[in-house]
Ligand binder design. Structure first.
Ligand SMILES: O=C(O)[C@H](O)[C@@H](O)[C@H](O)[C@H](O)COP(=O)(O)O
Length: 300
């Protein structure tokens, strides 16, 4: 099989390599001349056998939408586009519609595994028509981890379902990381009793109920920098957690743990808390309780 791959950044570049390692011919396009195989999307389309399969692996949001529009211009009736980025599931139907105007098929695929996917394979969650998913199965099989297909790949449902599953996956990811991190902070605050915090996490890797890949990665990170001295406690997010909570609100489904984990990230970005300033001011107003002076330059 020979496919096109648009986007050869951290994820796409590794995916091109894994696909090639597993016998899939790949022609990649990226605006970066250092990594691209072809000069533009028209050349990509010309290089592929028809009907074409093109995997899109670019940042979610405006970049994905613009690539979908550009690719619609160079592909034809019967071709298939798969969005493997972290798109919000609500954009999948409009993208499918745009491509569908020319008879181009669309599928979405949540991809998990990060930079480790090249060696370990990627967890895949696909959405789309059965025939389209089956057509791309050699690609999914090359990307997913070795072992039973159903343990590393799922056809979740129609267009949008793959990205929906990835959104929920990431909500869970936030909460699991937050729980591990809170356990770390508590033990680290009690070093008289817990002499080797990293050692405790290390010993949890086999046999315990909380053994997991994230735990293993925490052990790795602690071994590299036991007190995280070189890392500021500031955490970004790329949207998946927020979308998970928005869905929960729309369906009145309680997600207290996932919600708390995204709010913890927001707190991490503040040098001082406007809300806690207000609490301190109110406590001072009604009870005369002392407030601390603002730290220079510490707004919010
Ligand atoms: O499963 C994965 O491989 C990760 O979830 C991956 O997709 C990415 O690292 C996240 O998008 C980070 O998400 P945040 O930037 O929101 O933490």
């Amino acid at each position: 099989m020979h496919i096109g791959l648009v986007g050869l950044g951290r994820m796409g570049n590794n995916m091109r390599q894994r696909l090639r390692d597993h016998g899939i011919e790949v022609t990649g396009y990226d605006p970066n001349p250092a990594v691209t195989d072809v000069p533009d999307l028209a050349a990509l389309a010309a290089a592929l056998p028809t009907p074409r399969v093109v995997w899109v692996m670019v940042p979610s949001g405006a970049v994905t939408t613009s690539v979908i529009n550009d690719i619609a211009a160079v592909l034809e009736d019967g071709d298939l586009v798969i969005d493997g980025g972290n798109s919000k599931y609500t954009v999948d139907k409009p993208h499918a519609h745009k491509l569908g105007e020319k008879g181009i098929h669309f599928a979405d695929c949540g991809v998990s595994g990060g930079v480790w996917g090249l060696a370990n394979g990627y967890g895949l969650m696909a959405g789309g028509d059965k025939a389209d998913i089956e057509r791309a199965m050699p690609v999914f099989d090359a990307l997913r981890p070795e072992g039973p297909r159903e343990e590393g790949f799922v056809h979740v449902g129609p267009v949008g379902a793959g990205h929906y599953a990835k959104m929920v996956h990431n909500g869970i990811e936030y909460a699991q990381m937050q729980a591990l991190a809170e356990g770390y902070e508590l033990m680290d605050a009690n070093k008289d009793l817990i002499h080797d915090v990293a050692g405790v996490f290390e010993a949890w890797q086999r046999g315990t109920v909380v053994r997991s890949w994230l735990l293993e990665l925490l052990v790795k990170a602690l071994k590299a920098d036991p007190e995280f001295q070189d890392i500021r406690g500031y955490v970004d997010d790329s949207g998946e957690g927020r979308w998970t909570i928005q869905e929960a609100l729309d369906h009145a489904v309680p997600l207290p743990t996932i919600s708390a984990s995204i709010y913890a990230r927001f707190v991490s970005r503040q040098t001082d808390s406007p809300a806690m300033k207000a609490v301190a001011a109110l406590r001072n107003q009604f009870g005369g309780h002392a407030v601390k002076a603002a730290v220079d330059g510490a707004g919010s």
